[in-house]
Design a protein around this ligand. Structure first.
Ligand SMILES: [Zn+2]
Length: 120
């Protein structure tokens, strides 16, 4: 061993020939963070998900976005969903009716007479 470890020196990135140091005990620097196994796995998952989304039709993409919104909020009004998905109210109505026909959501009305949607 010809290298003396001084306690204050920050560990070097595990990527070969990378001169950067790492923080918080991570094995790689911020530029090579994707080499950490769990980060690589996460990135692979995101890539796969992106590919899956690219195969969906436009309507199915909106269906998925509505499902995500409703999972977060439990229930939402048609106005709230239109805002969240940046869609005109008319389009949102068509999407919600199609989703209801597919048995994905239940539609109702709230005390202000707005159409509400929730997951089945
Ligand atoms: Zn690095």
């Amino acid at each position: 061993m010809d290298r003396i470890d001084v306690g204050v020196a920050r560990p070097k990135c595990s990527k070969l020939e990378c001169p950067r140091s790492t923080a918080n005990g991570k094995p790689y620097c911020c530029k090579h963070i994707e080499m950490i196994p769990y980060a690589a796995e996460l990135i692979a998952q995101l890539e796969k998900r992106k590919e899956q989304r690219e195969k969906l039709t436009e309507a199915e993409l909106f269906f998925e976005d509505v499902v995500i919104e409703l999972r977060l909020k439990g229930q939402s009004t048609i106005e709230g969903l239109a805002r969240a998905l940046r869609l005109p109210l008319l389009s949102m109505g068509k999407i919600l009716r199609a989703m209801k026909r597919s048995g994905l959501i239940r539609l109702g009305k709230n005390s202000r007479n707005s159409i509400t949607a929730e997951l089945v």
